[in-house]
Design a protein around this ligand. Structure first.
Ligand code: PFF
Length: 454
């Protein structure tokens, strides 16, 4: 057995946890989700979910990793022999996510390159779906590999697996120490430019204007919880794995608060930046904000290139900064997602980190080629939908019910966290994990199944 790796510094761990949390979800998912679910009013369910599920589960996962010092499967096995499978389920979800998350980063690399001469032209939608992806005619057909995606995809895998082979302290920690501060600087430049564009205020107004009519609707609450889980990388084995490398003398609760609030802070910043830019676009075209709002692939690769075309000056520079921010946010998250199975495989089969990076990462890299084909977007949508609907909510629900009610570990975990942390946790934490989160997630699952059946 190799000796267990450790983070070099507290800041190294916190930056890596923030690096995992801050990802594509913050930049292209949050702004649209918030807007569609009540704008300013969305902050109520969102903050509720952060304080009763996000941060409490983060504290729980940090405690589990720190106490049992294992990847997710090993941690669950140490808690109870029969629960190892849950750790593997989380690892499998992470594995699937990594196969397509890597492809989105590859697109962002391509688009960073296209920024140099605004290669997407005037018809950005036609460019993405026509010239660039040349989507296969029949949905579900692969078509051939897209060279513009394939080459950057290889670059993504080389970077990520290269970082992972170097290990926790010399690989993951250093990568996050470089990429996260760079991301913050790049993103701040974008946001400052965004809010000073003509029309920015229209976008900000649309984003923050509260619409309370839907505040009690289950879909709004489901959206808030879904966003918190996805965005904080919880219930995915990720945070358990990262905290298993904490030295014995470490803080847990304070680190969880720092991670949670930094992630939400970045998310808010992204909302402001994206909507200020959308406001500029709507104003310059003389249309309503609703006509330009989008999320996901449409926002990043169709709407943004179109807006960059309209920028008053330094178009290429801002295009590059925007896509670079996606690349940096994405890479640090992808590293954390892959580390879950690198750690899981090397512990289970007692093989070196290098071997598990090559086997696990290699297999994911090969499978990711599916999404780099002309029809890849179709498969990407399907995989993303399935994982988000059933992976996130179901795993979170099983995790909290198991720990709180079946194995009854909350008391033990609470004392463990309190013994070593700056901030003590009390009944707020126990009630959040034992009662509030299971009820909300249970209801979420019920609604999802009902909607899928009818
Ligand atoms: N939290 C990251 C994001 O918001 O993009 C990374 C991530 C974690 C993505 C878990 C997807 C996921 F299911």
């Amino acid at each position: 057995m190799e000796e267990r790796s450790q983070w070099g510094t507290r800041a190294g761990f916190v930056l890596a946890a923030i690096g995992s949390a801050v990802g594509l979800g913050n930049i292209w998912r949050f702004p649209a989700v918030a807007y569609e679910n009540g704008g300013g009013a969305f902050f109520i369910p969102y903050l509720f979910a952060l304080l009763t599920a996000g941060i409490p589960i983060l504290i729980m996962e940090f405690t589990m990793g720190h106490k049992y010092r294992g990847s997710a499967p090993l941690t669950f096995r140490k808690i109870n022999k029969r629960t190892e499978g849950i750790g593997w389920w989380a690892v499998l979800v992470a594995f699937i996510i990594s196969t397509y998350y890597s492809v989105i980063i590859a697109w962002a690399i391509s688009y960073s390159y296209f920024s140099f001469n605004l290669a997407w032209g005037e018809d950005t939608e036609g460019f993405l779906f026509g010239d660039y992806l040349k989507l296969a005619d029949t949905p579900g057909e692969f078509g051939s590999l897209v060279p513009g995606v394939f080459i950057p995809l290889i670059i993504v895998w080389i970077i990520v697996l290269g970082v992972l082979v170097r290990g926790v302290k010399r690989g993951i920690e250093i990568a996050n120490r470089i990429m996260i501060p760079t991301l913050v600087v790049v993103f701040l430049i974008i946001v400052i430019r965004a809010v000073t564009l003509p029309g920015a205020i229209t976008g900000l107004d649309a984003f923050f204007k509260p619409d309370f009519t839907e505040i009690l609707s289950p879909t709004v609450w489901v959206a808030a919880y879904g966003q918190i889980f996805f965005s904080l990388s919880i219930a995915f084995a990720i945070m358990i794995t990262y905290s298993s490398y904490l030295p014995k003398k470490s803080d847990i609760t304070n680190n969880a608060f720092i991670t949670g609030f930094s992630n939400s802070g970045f998310e808010l910043l992204a909302g402001i930046g994206v909507f200020a830019i959308l406001g500029f676009m709507a104003t310059s075209q003389g249309v309503g904000i609703d006509e330009v709002v989008a999320g996901g692939v449409g926002l990043a690769f169709v709407v943004f290139p179109a807006i960059i075309n309209e920028f008053p000056a330094f178009k290429e520079f801002f295009g590059l900064l925007f896509f670079l921010s996606l690349v940096l946010a994405g890479l640090t998250s992808l590293i954390s997602i892959i580390e879950t199975y690198v750690a899981g495989l090397s512990e289970k089969f007692n093989i070196s980190r290098t071997k598990s990076v090559l086997f696990g990462g290699g297999l994911a890299a090969i499978l990711s080629l599916i999404f780099a084909t002309q029809g890849g977007l179709f498969f990407l949508d399907a995989a993303d939908y399935f994982i988000n609907q059933f992976g996130v909510a179901a795993l979170g629900l099983v995790e909290v019910i198991l720990i709180a009610w079946i194995l009854r570990k909350l008391g033990v975990f609470k004392s463990h966290a309190n013994e070593i942390s700056d901030i003590r946790i009390g009944s707020w934490w126990t009630i959040s994990i034992g009662v509030i989160t299971p009820i909300v997630l249970g209801y979420m699952m019920f609604e999802l199944l009902r909607l899928n059946i009818t």
